[in-house]
Design a binder for this molecule. Structure first.
Ligand code: SF4
Length: 324
């Protein structure tokens, strides 16, 4: 063979040019130069194998349900250091002890191992082979909840209430991003704190004070139901559903990470102070530690609209991430 030939790889749409080399001294018949051309559009597709995705999601699910992130554990420790109420101190101490035992014995942090909420950032130049992305995430959730002995908390239908038996389907939010990165954020969202969350379509004239009133009123009405100390994720703007998604996504921030806009960072600090002045305390039994943090995310919105959502996260603020 003395002329180049071409191979087309269907998996990533790359074209390989294979050319014989004249100068090969050892075995001229077996010497080729291989060049890879990227597909039209400029980028070769990166392929993640279905099994790699399933195994990574399964491991993510188990790890996240067992290990309380360090930033949350530190925040509970700080709240314990500042707390004067004896019952509150005892509860915060038990939260720290529970997290230590869960990590050491690979036990779930809470009996409610939640609805599997996923935020997927998927590069436009990456794909999952085999049965594909959503099937891979679903199979990973199924496997993780079974392997980890985690509670199955999903019913197939909200009125007929039959348990699906494997904690699927997950709630999956997708975002397409440039490049070939692939990231999944996972939060097992407990029912108690999700049930205490609220959304309101305020009037634009209500402004900052309206947001403050709504957030405080939501946390006050929730009382001990969401297992405080809580983290409040607040979404402002967007439309009805985007506002709620922004509130939930904000809960993946690390404790103490302020909104980069100083205007919203100040709102977060003010809300944090106001919530901790409510006296609800750990598990609603009184004390200074009602909230561990408040995260605010703002989105552009319609001139006539002012949606505000408060997604409450309990003290068992489990969240994890994989990058493939
Ligand atoms: S709200 Fe959180 S801590 Fe309370 S039972 Fe549900 S998952 Fe557990």
């Amino acid at each position: 063979m003395d002329r180049p030939f071409f191979l087309f790889d269907k998996s990533d749409r790359s074209i390989y040019i294979i050319s014989p080399l004249d100068s090969c001294v050892t075995s001229p018949a077996a010497c080729f130069a291989v060049a890879r051309l990227k597909p039209p559009g400029g980028h070769a597709m990166r392929t993640i194998s279905f099994n790699t995705l399933v195994n990574a999601i399964s491991e993510l699910v188990v790890r996240t349900c067992v290990i309380l992130p360090d930033d949350v554990l530190n925040a509970v420790g700080c709240a314990l250091g500042a707390e004067r109420h004896p019952v509150a101190r005892s509860i915060l101490g038990q939260i720290v002890e529970n997290a230590t035992i869960a990590r050491e014995d690979s036990m779930p942090l809470c009996q409610d191992t939640g609805l599997a909420v996923m935020f997927v950032d998927m590069g436009e130049d990456v794909r999952v082979d085999g049965a594909g992305l959503e099937a891979g995430i679903t199979e990973g959730v199924r496997s993780g909840y079974r392997e980890g002995g985690l509670r199955m908390s999903v019913v197939r239908d909200p009125l007929r209430r039959e348990n699906t038996g494997d904690n699927t389907p997950a709630i999956i939010h997708y975002r397409i991003i440039p490049g070939d990165a692939f990231r999944v954020l996972f939060c097992p969202k407990g029912g108690g704190c999700e049930n205490a969350s609220r959304l309101a379509m305020l009037s634009p004239g209500e402004g900052r004070d309206g947001v403050v009133r709504f957030v405080i009123d939501t946390v006050r009405s929730a009382g001990g139901r969401p297992c405080p100390p809580i983290i409040a994720g607040v979404g402002i703007g967007g439309d009805f559903e985007r506002c709620a998604i922004a509130a939930k996504r904000s809960l993946f921030r690390k404790i103490g990470a302020r909104n980069p806009d100083p205007f919203y960072a100040e709102l977060e600090r003010d809300l944090f102070t106001s919530l901790n002045a409510l006296g609800i305390g750990p598990m609603g039994l009184g004390g200074g530690a009602t909230a561990l943090d408040v995260f605010v995310e703002a989105e552009p919105c319609h001139i006539a609209s002012f949606p505000v959502a408060v997604n409450i996260q309990c003290h068992s603020a489990r969240h994890g991430e994989i990058n493939l």
